[in-house]
Write a protein that binds this ligand. Structure first.
Ligand code: URA
Length: 202
């Protein structure tokens, strides 16, 4: 039927999504942001999807995810785990715009931005999702529990009939202030790594 538009290809859906995020006016953060931050990495070959909270000052200025101090710690941790952040990972945030003064995301802002994150999850089709911090964990797992109750165990979400392993850990910005919890974050990363290695039959 010529009247029925053909569904978009995945490549077209990425382009559409990037445009929708760049033009977004769904919440008040669009009035104070400098740039939207879509995410970084190579979605086509990413086995990992990492999800943080929201852009900080540096990310807002540059329009790129996790390029400040927290991002440098995150890249160092991935590197130590043998994961190439430039090749195997896509890194996104719950919010695509910076909350003023880095305040916490509001519930309605998370709700307004969630469809973008969900489409990113569907398109990346990761082998494992690593949730960084409370806001990513609570949003993706639809939970009210604190990080201490959610980390160090394997969760799953269902994505297009596929079970995707999900691991929760501390946010790298938190780890910069709480060095004593770095070892726990390392354990979480190893847990996530084990699920991916297992899935690949390595
Ligand atoms: N913190 C986040 O959660 N995301 C970023 O992109 C940078 C800092």
């Amino acid at each position: 039927d010529a009247d029925v538009p053909r569904p978009l290809t995945e490549a077209e859906r990425w382009i559409q999504l990037r445009e929708d995020v760049a033009d977004c006016r769904r919440c008040r953060l669009s009035q104070t942001r400098t740039h939207t931050v879509f995410g970084r990495g190579t979605p086509q070959q990413a086995r990992w999807l990492l999800i943080g909270e929201a852009p900080g000052a540096e990310e807002d200025r540059r329009g790129e995810a996790f390029v400040g101090q927290a991002g440098r710690l995150l890249d160092a941790m991935l590197d130590a785990a043998g994961i190439d952040p430039d090749a195997e990972v896509f890194i996104a945030n719950v919010l695509k715009c910076r909350p003023p003064g880095n305040r916490n995301p509001e519930r309605d802002e998370v709700a307004a931005c969630e469809p973008f994150l969900h489409e990113q999850i569907r398109l990346v089709k990761p082998d494992c999702i690593l949730l960084l911090g409370r806001f990513a964990a609570q949003s993706v797992l639809q939970s009210d529990l604190q990080i201490g109750r959610l980390r160090n165990k394997l969760h799953h979400i269902t994505l297009d009939d596929r079970q995707v392993p999900v691991v929760v850990t501390y946010h790298p910005a938190y780890l910069l202030r709480n060095q004593q919890d770095k070892l726990k974050a390392w354990e979480d990363l190893c847990l996530a790594l084990a699920t991916v290695t297992e899935a690949a039959g390595e």
